[in-house]
Design a protein around this ligand. Structure first.
Ligand code: G3I
Length: 339
């Protein structure tokens, strides 16, 4: 008798568990799809926020704290505390990590912005990469070695690195990163680079092709994909672009996805936003992109209103951190996807 009851109970529990709604992370893990988000330190500390991360994402990236302004505010001071906590959180929760970023024209500390001497700039660049990738050797899945090196006219941006070192700073950054941690995938990341046949998209491709031809150790490219609900995804140009990077032997990641709406939000605009999110996710799945990362999950902490006046509601969770209908549809798209 006793055994029979146990059996009935076990069947009941298994039945309940198999019908219970699966979390996005469970679904993403089951599809071996890296679905992630950019985080702030408080996301890990607040119990509710950290639970939300654990339930939804299997790859994380720091929105700001690994940029040099915060990580290395002076030449001799390293702010390891927040990145250490991020690495620990990801490991504990079986999540991967993206690194963002070493070389950028923005969010650098004054001692970097004020560099003028080539040898000094080289030593700061190499030392920064070495220190980070030695401390976190084997801990990052992908790293944005360089970010936004092409400007809006399709030429190499006149950043502090370009001015002091010259265009070879890109080769040097990638080579230094490869030597410091051979296991991390080295990425060149940018915005407005997702479509073949555009000025920036083609300039970005030509730069990457040149790096590959000269055997600079690059593993993949990142399309940030900060896009607008009012602009439908150009599927043909996106797929063509992904394919040509794949033909170079590189991976493609969608690294900073958000879809901003011109305020006020209307049902029509939300429908357009849903289509963009779902198209991007479907294409990412079908094209087997390396990772799909949201640039923040909630409208509460969004970077959008501060940069694009009159735009908002860009993220899949609302200001109360509740999933919007678009998020449930994304989850369904992922759950229904047959590898
Ligand atoms: O840290 C200061 C804080 O001390 C001060 O009180 C506060 C007052 O405004 O500002 C804080 O700094 C802000 C920082 O984010 C941290 O919150 C800066 O003003 C703000 O400009 C900065 O914005 C970041 C932006 O990069 C800078 O360009 C956004 O959070 C971040 O989401 C955004 O991320 C970039 C990616 O790295 C690269 N691709 C584009 C993407 C969006 O711009």
């Amino acid at each position: 008798m006793k055994t029979k009851y146990w059996f009935i109970l076990a069947v009941g529990v298994i039945g309940f568990l198999s019908c219970a709604p699966k979390s996005m992370k469970t679904v993403a893990d089951s599809k071996q799809f890296l679905f992630g988000v950019a985080v702030r330190p408080s996301d890990l500390l607040d119990p509710k926020d950290s639970k939300l991360l654990q339930d939804n994402f299997n790859i994380l990236v720091a929105e700001n704290i690994m940029k040099l302004q915060y990580l290395r505010p002076t030449e001799s001071f390293w702010n390891w505390s927040d990145p250490d906590k991020l690495v620990e959180f990801a490991q504990k929760n079986n999540m991967k990590l993206r690194g963002h970023t070493f070389v950028w024209h923005n969010q650098n500390p004054p001692f970097i912005n004020n560099l003028t001497d080539k040898e000094k700039a080289l030593s700061v660049l190499q030392d920064t990469i070495n220190q980070v990738l030695t401390r976190y050797k084997g801990k990052f899945y992908e790293y944005d070695v360089c970010n936004e090196v092409i400007d809006d006219n399709g030429i190499l941006r006149n950043s502090v690195w370009m001015k002091t070192i010259g265009s070879e700073y890109i080769d040097i950054a990638f080579k230094t990163a490869r030597e410091a941690d051979p296991s991390v995938k080295l990425i060149l990341n940018d915005y407005n680079n997702e479509y073949a046949g555009t000025t920036k998209g083609d300039a970005f491709y030509n730069l990457v092709k040149d790096l590959v031809t000269r055997k600079v150790p690059i593993d993949g490219v990142g399309f940030q994909l900060h896009v607008l609900a009012e602009q439908p995804v150009n599927e043909k140009a996106l797929r063509a672009n992904i394919q040509r990077f794949r033909d170079l032997g590189l991976s493609v990641s969608f690294t900073e996805v958000d879809v901003r709406i011109k305020l006020p939000v209307t049902p029509e605009k939300e429908a357009a936003q849903q289509k963009v999110y779902l198209d991007l996710l479907r294409i990412a799945l079908e094209e087997k992109v390396s990772s799909f990362v949201l640039w923040g999950y909630t409208d509460l902490y969004s970077w959008i209103p501060g940069t694009f006046a009159g735009y908002g509601s860009a993220h899949p969770f609302d200001r109360n951190k509740a999933p919007k209908p678009v998020y449930e549809l994304m989850k369904k798209t992922l759950a229904d996807y047959k590898r």
